[in-house]
Design a protein around this ligand. Structure first.
Ligand code: NAD
Length: 391
């Protein structure tokens, strides 16, 4: 494990949780006391303040990168040198160029690479994706994802140089991959329109952003992200298809409501702002946030010699979409997504879903009126005239 901070500990809780046979055998942390404390807390035999020493440790089969964004690339290159399988937390790079270099390095070294995007592994997301893939929603038209909270917990996130951006990179990477997964990862993202601003925090980067991502097949992805939201961690997705809808609420108001005066109150859930009054705890945070399914996929894949659901290539595509979002926020125009490497479908045409009613008409809509009759709205195929018919 590289990094003993917030996500390193969440990952460790998941990796060594329940009856897991997976074990953290070496921890690298910048400061000796954090490395020692982590080693103690997770019963880990080896700790070090030298990153390469941790990676090269003979018992290490796989490296998990839980370091600040500006340190991902150096850690990945060290794994390539040692020819060790690697998993890297999100965002893969601070921009697509950095992400592409990392992707090319692991592929050249021929090592396993997994992109740790937990929010496409939550139980609700996996079930929703299964329904989408089975066609329950028909053709996917719009996929929206929202992640907002009152802001991150460490200094480096707020420094544009170390983090690579503000809330749009930090949280948008989750939202973009959620929408992209629902729309289809082989469908090319083509253009982005984005608003981003610094509304509240005294920082150089954006603390609030909303963006639209256009896909080649005509579907639209939407992200809403903020570091200025009050009230906890809001994680919600909406998917709209020609045959159905899915709404997911992953964190607040999930059916577990609790009131307390605050007596005896402790940790409630990630980024909860209060521990008194009405609260929305989360039953099993590690599972609800996708960490368990994510690591199961990573280890199953490495053992089977296959690629996991999320690879460095996915991290690179996400970075490319967000780079276009940053350009759009500056130019106030739709900006093209630049993908020098693209492995999905090319030239997908936008389909028009016209439903034929009979030889003369298309069906626009069919409904039951409040007075119990069936009503049809039809369009004449030749003249274009729109009529209604009560049966
Ligand atoms: N849901 C998620 O997937 C999720 C959630 C939070 C963070 N993250 C990602 O995890 C990474 C780490 O974030 P975090 O929240 O754990 O941050 P953190 O600040 O809590 O921990 C970062 C770790 O890196 C170490 N570190 C900081 N500066 C260093 C330096 N210059 N050299 C060596 N080590 C240094 C810190 O000591 C600490 O151990 C980031 O890339 C972040 O985007 C992912």
């Amino acid at each position: 494990m590289l990094g003993s901070g917030f996500i390193g500990r969440f990952y460790a809780d998941s990796l060594q949780g329940q009856r897991s046979r997976d074990k953290i055998v070496s921890i690298y942390s910048r400061r000796e006391e954090s490395a020692k404390k982590f080693a103690e807390d997770y019963n880990c035999d080896h700790w070090t303040t030298n990153m390469e020493e941790a990676i090269n440790h003979p018992d290490v089969d796989m490296v998990c990168i839980s370091l600040p964004n500006n340190l991902h690339e150096a850690a990945v290159l060290a794994c390539c040198k040692a020819k060790k399988a690697v998993m890297c937390t999100k965002p893969l790079g601070r921009n697509a160029e950095e992400a592409q270099r990392m992707m090319e390095a692991v592929e050249k070294a021929g090592i396993f690479n997994g992109y740790l995007e937990d929010l496409v592994y939550t139980p609700k997301f996996l079930k929703a994706l299964q329904s989408v893939k089975a066609g329950a929603l028909g053709k996917i038209l719009w996929a929206k994802s929202r992640e907002t909270h009152p802001g991150p917990h460490s200094d480096w996130f707020w420094d544009k140089e170390q983090a690579g951006g503000g809330c749009m990179l930090d949280l948008g990477c989750h939202c973009v991959e959620i929408a992209r997964s629902f729309i289809g990862k082989d469908i090319k993202p083509v253009e982005v329109m984005c608003w981003a601003d610094t509304q509240v925090k005294p920082i150089d980067a954006e603390d609030h952003a909303i963006g639209l991502v256009k896909y080649e097949n005509g579907a639209i992805g939407q992200f809403e992200v903020s570091w200025t939201f009050r009230g906890g961690l809001d994680l919600r997705d909406e998917v709209m298809g020609s045959e159905g809808t899915i709404w997911l609420n992953s964190f607040l108001r999930t059916g577990f409501d609790m009131f307390t005066t605050g007596k005896g109150a402790d940790y409630v859930a990630e980024k909860a702002e209060s521990n008194s009054g009405w609260l929305f705890p989360v039953g099993d945070e590690l599972n609800e946030l996708g960490y368990n399914h994510m690591f199961a996929d990573m280890f199953n894949a490495v053992e089977a010699g296959k690629a996991p659901q999320e690879t460095f290539y996915d991290g690179y595509v996400v970075n490319a979409i967000l780079d276009a979002a940053y350009r759009s926020a500056a130019s106030k125009q739709w900006e093209p997504v630049k993908l020098p490497v693209w492995r999905g479908q090319e030239g997908v045409q936008k389909e028009k879903a016209l439903t034929s009613y009979n030889d003369q008409f298309y069906l626009i809509k069919e409904e039951m009126t409040h007075f119990g009759s069936q009503k049809l709205i039809l369009k004449d195929k030749k003249t274009g005239e729109i009529i209604e018919k009560v049966l």
